[in-house]
Ligand binder design. Structure first.
Ligand code: SAM
Length: 300
């Protein structure tokens, strides 16, 4: 009969209206429970505009949707959700690949960062004089709606990227490096350990006509002698500490860098670990998330 009945149903989609709760904490809980993708959207029709520093982006009512792999574990997932969010009313339903991807696409609203950079779905109208990223995140993290991604995008709009080379380490959907190219960078490198992220980045690069400017690789395929003019890395604090020696090696002396995926209470530990190579400071904060920035030392 319908496509939905005949197509495989590999996903469980969980949805709730945030109400009085912080949508970000719901997103974090879904991520901790193993969601492969979480997105926030307006129950109405407002675009996502850049929030003032320290302000949480939000709408009068926010819907939070999470996608989990359906490996026959619906009961276990329902139990875990009940334990983690006992008072939250949730709907859980099975969905097929194409259903949720097109639903996500329909719900992505144009978002503006730093007045000039727009992240938008394929068919949205282009504002004048804008740097545009057309986004299809696939199964990868990076829609611009998470505070860490948004802080990186804002940071990129404050850099002089003209003719620079940009390294996006932990690229997810590739949004950050594609935004850097839209803002004037000459070449970029997108690195991720997750093959789905590399696929999504390739797809987005093609869709934004910048594939020829991008090297999209796993960490072990990075050319040994590469050095980049700018680094942006949105991973997690422990990984950023572990990768410090390698990441700094990939940067030219003096290069600006931004690290996020870091909670406010972890900032000092990350700054200390990076102290041999850069003086990092908290440059931006949204909720509990911070973005650290600085420049690689000219000499060490
Ligand atoms: C939070 S997402 C960030 C995605 C995107 N850059 C953004 O800002 O929205 C982190 C990404 O880092 C990748 N990652 C995790 N550990 C990594 C590692 N050791 N090396 C490279 N990438 C890693 C994950 O697969 C994921 O795609």
């Amino acid at each position: 009969m319908s496509r939905v009945q005949t197509a495989p149903m590999p996903w469980l989609q969980v949805e709730t209206a945030a109400g009085q709760r912080n949508p970000q904490s719901l997103e974090d809980t879904f991520t901790e429970l193993g969601a492969v993708a979480v997105w926030l959207r307006d129950a109405g029709d407002a675009p996502v505009l850049e929030p003032a520093p320290g302000e949480t982006p939000g709408w009068p009512e926010t819907l939070v949707t999470a996608l989990f792999e359906d490996s026959g574990s619906e009961e276990a997932l329902r139990g875990a959700l009940q334990n983690a969010l006992p008072d939250v009313e949730l709907t859980v339903r099975r969905v097929g690949d194409r259903d949720w991807q097109s639903e996500w696409q329909q719900n992505l609203k144009p978002q503006c960062f730093g007045n000039r950079l727009w992240v938008m779905p394929d068919d949205a109208e282009v504002p004048d004089n804008a740097a545009i990223v057309r986004l299809r995140p696939g199964l990868a993290f990076g829609t611009g709606e998470h505070p860490t991604t948004a802080m990186c995008l804002r940071w990129l709009t404050r850099q002089t990227l003209q003719d620079c080379t940009v390294l996006d380490y932990g690229c997810g959907s590739g949004l950050l490096v594609i935004a850097a190219l839209a803002l004037g960078a000459r070449r970029g490198c997108a690195v991720d350990i997750d093959p789905q992220a590399l696929d999504a980045t390739r797809d987005n690069a093609r869709n934004n006509d910048c594939e020829a400017q991008l090297l999209i690789v796993k960490p072990d395929a990075l050319p040994a002698d590469s050095q980049y003019d700018v680094l942006v890395a949105n991973i997690l604090s422990g990984i950023l500490i572990e990768l410090g020696p390698e990441l700094q090696r990939l940067l030219r002396p003096g290069a600006p860098l931004a690290l996020t995926g870091i909670l406010a209470h972890q900032a000092e530990t990350v700054c200390s670990a990076w102290a041999p190579w850069a003086d990092l400071r908290v440059d931006d904060q949204t909720d509990d998330w911070v973005l650290l920035s600085g420049n690689k030392r000219e000499t060490q």
